[in-house]
Design a binder for this molecule. Structure first.
Ligand code: C2E
Ligand code: CA
Ligand code: CA
Ligand code: CA
Length: 279
């Protein structure tokens, strides 16, 4: 996001895109977006490799700006994190994803698990598990069908308080996934000590897996390690059939990526799911 100074009064012009919004405007616009319900969630299918079935979806936030159109999270999540707006934003995402899980339950899609991304600030809230519990109570979502995605770098910061927070969340009945795995520095001893359920191999390791033996070796090693720790392992960013084939041979549990489905709005996802169970 470009800076235009504190007194910037630049107007939104659609052709300029989001980079033209000054930081100050952006903060105000994001604040209003929350009040005016301009945020929405898209859902990307998670596929079980052994059976090829859709077993869940990751909720990914988007901002429908009235002038600019669809804005992707890379453009506003960092600012939200910096300003603290991520707390109300993250709370809305949690509640909305929970409402979606309840709606799936009512429409014959009860098996689907929903995966929700958490930000560092959100994860470090003292009363996080109480807040999450309140959202479950309010929405009627089934915690056993909710996965919280935390990044590897997030949980490796201050491992003692991480352990306390993870235990409190696990008590609610949710699953915990370690996102962007391989990009941070995990101590293997913590992987064992943390009550986590899933590792998500970062897409940077998956991109060239079918052409680069080093990347294939890394992915294969992560998969073997995850399985030996009885963790489920998900590869993200799978775009090609060859990548999926290779991951299946390596014993990877689940995949996510454009090859299997892009993130879609709720209606698009439901249509895709129905098509898939009738295949
Ligand atoms: P992430 O959690 O690693 O999410 C995966 C990103 O990879 C998503 O981008 C998804 O659309 C994209 N992706 C999925 N399959 C493929 C593929 O085959 N190829 C490629 N090149 N990309 C693929 P998206 O939706 O733009 O989200 C970007 C990041 O923004 C997420 O990365 C996550 O860190 C953050 N984010 C998204 N939604 C939320 C949210 O609700 N809360 C928080 N705190 N962060 C969020
Ligand atoms: Ca994620
Ligand atoms: Ca990821
Ligand atoms: Ca990522």
């Amino acid at each position: 996001v470009k800076e235009h100074g504190r007194n910037s009064v630049r107007q939104f012009i659609p052709e300029m895109g989001v980079t033209a919004i000054s930081r100050l405007n952006m903060e105000g616009a994001l604040r209003r977006a929350l009040e005016r319900h301009e945020l929405t969630l898209h859902y990307q299918p998670k596929i079980e490799l052994a059976t090829g079935t859709i077993v869940g979806a990751e909720a990914l936030v988007r901002w429908h700006h009235p002038q600019i159109g669809l804005i992707h999270p890379i453009e506003f999540i960092p600012l939200a994190e910096e300003t603290g707006l991520i707390l109300p934003l993250g709370e809305w995402v949690l509640a909305e994803a929970c409402r979606q899980q309840v709606s799936w339950k009512k429409s014959g899609m009860a098996d689907l698990k929903i995966a929700i991304n958490m930000s560092p600030r959100q994860f470090r809230q003292e009363d996080l598990s109480d807040r999450v519990a309140a959202i479950f109570a309010e929405t009627g979502a089934d915690p056993s069908h909710v996965t919280l995605e935390l990044t590897e770098s997030m949980v490796m910061q201050d491992v003692n308080s991480t352990l306390v927070a993870l235990r409190a969340l696990k008590k609610l009945g949710v699953s915990i996934s370690l996102d962007d795995f391989g990009t941070g520095y995990s101590s293997l001893s913590y992987l064992r000590r943390f009550p986590i359920d899933e590792l998500k191999i970062d897409k940077s390791f998956i991109n060239d897996i079918h052409e680069n033996p080093d990347d294939a070796a890394i992915a294969s090693a992560i998969i073997a390690m995850a399985l030996s720790l009885s963790l489920s392992v998900v590869a993200e960013g799978v775009e090609k059939k060859e990548q999926a084939e290779l991951l299946r041979k390596m014993g990877c549990s689940q995949v996510q990526g454009y090859y299997f489905g892009r993130p879609m709005d709720a209606a698009g996802f439901a249509a895709r799911y129905r098509e898939h169970i009738n295949e």
